[in-house]
Design a protein around this ligand. Structure first.
Ligand SMILES: Nc1nc2c(ncn2[C@@H]2O[C@H](COP(=O)(O)OP(=O)(O)O)[C@@H](O)[C@H]2O)c(=O)[nH]1
Ligand SMILES: [Mg+2]
Length: 190
């Protein structure tokens, strides 16, 4: 069964978004890192995979964080032929700050690395810019995200890739449509 993977830092709202899309009550954590193993859920004729969250988590060591990232990369490499689409969920309110912090340390931010890695494997990526309910200057913020992912602003040039959502408010309309379009495009009818 072909799968759609959901990747992102811990606590960005992956599970909340999957719950909003599928109606399946996946565990949503107040505690970051609730999802530790890839969790498979049915979605139409497909499978949604809720990947473990990466990055900083309280009570998880730096080594532990690296191990989670390695697991994610291995999972993607191993299942590349089966992965139809990747939804990269980001917390729109903190994305720029986190990316800049890493960049200032001359490190490649995990989300940027992952975004490029998925493209190298020819996996289509949709960036779900989540927690939009907390964002004040929408265009400025999304332009900043586009730029940091290597897409020149304005972000509206990339509306098939960058999709503002608010999982918690159930505001996911366009994301659902885009996922649907991707699935239809890639489904070979018998
Ligand atoms: N304000 C706001 N909070 C959200 C949104 N989506 C998720 N959250 C909250 O973010 C926290 C982490 O959500 P969760 O789905 O467990 O994140 P995950 O670790 O990426 O799976 C929870 O407290 C959610 O209620 C959103 O669109 N807006
Ligand atoms: Mg989760």
């Amino acid at each position: 069964m072909k799968e759609i993977i959901f990747v992102g830092r811990s606590n960005v709202g992956k599970s909340t978004l999957i719950r909003a899309l599928t109606g399946i009550k996946v565990p949503v954590g107040k505690l970051p890192g609730v999802t530790r193993k890839p969790l498979h859920l049915p979605y139409q004729k497909f499978q949604i995979t809720d990947m473990p969250g990466f990055g900083y988590m309280s009570k998880v060591t730096k080594k532990g964080q690296e191990a989670i990232k390695d697991n994610i990369v291995h999972y993607i490499e191993k299942n590349v032929s089966n992965i139809q689409l990747a939804v990269m969920v980001i917390n729109t309110t903190s994305f720029a700050e986190i990316v800049d912090r890493w960049t200032q340390r001359n490190e490649i931010p995990i989300e940027v690395e992952l975004f490029e890695f998925l493209h190298e494997l020819d996996i289509e990526v949709i960036v779900a810019a989540n927690k939009m309910d907390k964002v004040k200057d929408v265009d400025e913020t999304l332009d900043g995200i586009a730029q940091r992912l290597g897409m020149s602003p304005p972000w509206r040039q990339w509306i098939d890739i960058i999709v503002p959502v608010s999982a918690k408010k159930g505001n996911i309309g366009i994301l659902k449509e885009l996922i649907q379009k991707n699935l239809e495009r890639n489904t070979i009818s018998p």
